[in-house]
Design a binder for this molecule. Structure first.
Ligand code: RAM
Length: 362
């Protein structure tokens, strides 16, 4: 079983946790690789059987970026990474997507991309299964499909670019909360949408990890802001009313954590109720500076988009088929290896706090 190669641009922060988690995940995922699945537009053969690592990336690849929703600052940053990669390989970049992150809202966009003959579709799935038949058609039509950020079921795409290991992401958030509340008390989770693959994986792992590592920390509720600013703001307010003894909120979504921070910063709970989770430094800076938030985490979404686009190009070129053990080069980020279940891990998340937040601009 091969280990994932991680980005050469690993950042500081969660080293121990994330590296240990990466090894654990690798050991835990066995079984199928993408190469055993049928229907890949890029081949779908066993490792190395039809991959040609030296194949040239053709010019003018039509590369489509389909986020969970438009106008989410996190995906806007990821799109700049994909667009930069597309520029480097002389591809044609387009972004399309729904205004809301509901389960099937991406289907019609995929169908249109298929009709237009997209070569590469990069998408973060709002639901593990809702877009599978649309993606099947796209792949039958010759498109290579790369999921990033939030996966579909593995058989629905060629490769998934995971931002970090789910264990690393989950444990980081629980450890950050434990540090901020002394490891004890009621904690609630403010998530994005109820069907999101990434959110649900992290919530399950956070719950397990908290129960085993911090028995005095009680996760009392999970609520959904649907990655809408106003709904996330209201859900935060509702949590504080419903749970007067609440010690902290974990929001594993950039939309949720920034809305929760805005609510807390203007309320009596500022500095009293801890808030952590996953946020962009640019959205969270003012709330770290005003004392609402001590520390939170994220990866670099631009790198995520950049790696996804290079992966799509490598698939379209035939450099890789999506099978475990294949390697390819993702521009400035260097070489990556495909792990079990057609998954590539970007690297480790970074923890942001008052000391380092000004070093980041995204
Ligand atoms: C939001 C989305 C996305 C998630 C980030 C952390 O922008 O829910 O899927 O990865 O937050």
């Amino acid at each position: 079983m091969s280990l994932f190669l991680t980005s050469r641009r690993l950042r500081g922060g969660l080293t121990g946790v994330a590296v240990a988690a990466m090894v654990l995940t690798t050991a835990a995922c066995g079984g199928t690789t993408r190469g055993e699945d049928e229907g890949s537009g890029s081949g779908g053969d066993s490792a190395g059987a039809s991959a040609d690592p030296d194949a040239e990336i053709p010019a003018d690849l039509a590369i489509a970026f389909l986020p969970k929703q438009l106008n989410n600052p996190y995906f806007d940053v990821a799109a700049t990474g994909s667009e930069r990669a597309a520029g480097e390989i002389e591809g044609e970049f387009t972004q399309v997507g729904p205004s809301e992150a509901s389960a099937s809202s991406q289907v019609s966009y995929i169908n249109t991309l298929t009709q237009q003959g997209a070569d590469v579709i990069l998408t973060s799935a709002n639901d593990p299964n809702a877009i599978c038949s649309a993606l099947d058609q796209a792949r039958s039509g010759g498109a290579s499909v790369v999921t990033f950020d939030s996966d579909t079921s593995p058989e629905c795409r060629d490769v998934f670019i995971n931002q970090a290991t789910p264990e690393g992401i989950a444990e980081a958030q629980i450890d950050l909360m434990a540090e901020q509340i002394g490891g004890a008390g009621q904690v609630a989770i403010l998530s994005a949408t109820a069907n999101a693959t990434n959110q649900n994986a992290w919530i399950e792992l956070m719950t397990e990890y908290a129960a085993s590592e911090y028995p005095d920390m009680e996760i009392v509720a999970t609520v959904y802001g649907d990655d809408e600013d106003e709904k996330s703001f209201q859900e935060t307010q509702g949590l504080l009313q419903t749970y007067p003894d609440l010690k902290g909120i974990i929001s594993p979504t950039t939309v949720g954590i920034s809305a929760a921070a805005r609510y807390l910063s203007g309320s009596e709970y500022k500095g009293q109720v801890a808030l952590t989770g996953l946020g962009t430094p640019n959205q969270m800076r003012e709330f770290v500076q005003d004392g609402t938030v001590t520390a939170f985490a994220l990866w670099n979404p631009e790198d995520l988009g950049y790696l996804a686009a290079y992966t799509g190009a490598a698939l379209a070129a035939g450099q890789i088929t999506g099978a475990e053990g294949e390697t390819f080069t993702a521009g400035d980020l260097g070489e990556y290896e495909i792990g079990a279940d057609g998954e590539v891990v970007l690297g480790e998340p970074t923890v942001f706090n008052a000391d380092n937040i000004d070093d980041f601009d995204f």
